[in-house]
Ligand binder design. Structure first.
Ligand SMILES: NC(=O)c1ccc[n+]([C@@H]2O[C@H](COP(=O)([O-])OP(=O)(O)OC[C@H]3O[C@@H](n4cnc5c(N)ncnc54)[C@H](O)[C@@H]3O)[C@@H](O)[C@H]2O)c1
Length: 283
């Protein structure tokens, strides 16, 4: 019988992560902010990137409060020259890159294909999808020099299920899902793992800054099976998955789209009166 594998040590200390979308639009814990704090707590150097500089202030305070080291790099990751400059600054400061968390995403213009504004459609596609291509394009050559790395993309349950008031949001997040699989297939042989996380209804500043009523907050929580049990998803749930996927503990995990949704994607919306029970004789 083979000896059981040793538990893997936490290998993140001293490594370098870039987090695109490291800010949150209001006070509180967003997905990028939580990931920055947890990676820093594991000893990583974290480069914070966001197009709104002040959105990173609280992130920086939390990272430094946890004893972490960070760079604060305001940049619009839908712009090729900004992405190139960010990666150059990180490599200049810390010598390379091990982890890229592509977390930027906007809901974009509302509407169906009949009425969505096409200029806003293009802009949303650039921010939600092309930004991940651009950041990866400049990071991957440095990961190759290190012999590998981990890229984590933020999708959404709206990219797996279709219903969302904004057709562009579902379309772009669906693109992230398959971009992730395609990148994983292409870069796995280079030691680069690529995964996506798929948040459901989380209580983050993106949500609560829009004046969500307490009633709607509970409704959002309860729609997921685990939420109905009283657990409200937050940025920390995303951050924990990022920390795992960043580490060698996830060394054989690539090309996945992992839900962080309390079981929401497993639900078929059905009332008792809609269910059909199979006859006992199996006919
Ligand atoms: N909160 C949820 O319930 C939820 C659910 C599903 C998916 N998501 C996804 O999680 C991610 C982060 O969500 P959040 O709730 O923390 O949102 P957030 O809006 O608080 O944080 C996103 C950050 O990205 C930044 N950003 C936007 N465009 C940028 C650009 N072009 N360049 C650089 N930075 C830019 C914003 O300034 C903001 O600070 C998004 O991709 C979102 O689609 C969130």
């Amino acid at each position: 019988m083979n000896a059981p594998e040793q538990a893997r040590p936490d290998d993140l200390a001293g490594k370098v992560a870039i987090i695109a979308g490291a800010g949150s639009r209001a006070s509180g814990i967003g997905n990028g902010r939580a990931a920055a704090v947890l990676l820093a707590q594991s000893g990583m150097k974290v480069a914070l990137v966001d197009s709104v500089a002040e959105n990173m202030t609280e992130t920086r305070e939390l990272v430094e409060g946890a004893g972490g080291e960070c760079l604060v790099l305001p940049a619009d990751v839908s712009r090729v020259e900004d992405c190139e400059a960010v990666v150059a600054a990180v490599v200049d400061a810390w010598g390379g890159v091990d982890v890229l968390f592509n977390n930027v995403g906007i809901v974009g213009p509302s509407g169906s294909v009949v009425d969505v504004d096409l200029d806003a459609w293009d802009r949303c596609f650039d921010i939600n999808v092309t930004s991940m291509v651009l950041m990866s394009r400049f990071v991957i050559p440095h990961m190759r020099k290190r012999g590998g790395g981990s890229i984590i993309n933020t999708s959404s349950i709206a990219g797996v299920l279709g219903a969302h008031p904004s057709v562009i949001y579902s379309a772009t997040k669906g693109a992230v899902t398959n971009l992730t699989r395609a990148m994983a297939a292409m870069h796995g042989p280079e030691g680069i793992r690529v995964n996506a996380l798929v948040p459901g209804f989380l209580h983050t500043p993106m949500v609560h800054s829009q004046g969500l009523s307490e009633e709607d907050r509970v409704r959002r929580r309860n729609v997921a099976p685990v939420g109905a049990g009283g657990v409200e998803g937050s940025g920390w749930d995303v951050g924990e998955l990022v920390r795992f996927l960043a580490s060698d503990r996830a060394r054989f995990i690539s090309g996945t789209n992992i839900p962080v949704d309390g079981g929401l994607a497993a639900v078929i919306p059905m009332t008792d009166s809609m269910s059909v029970t199979a006859p006992v004789d199996g006919s």
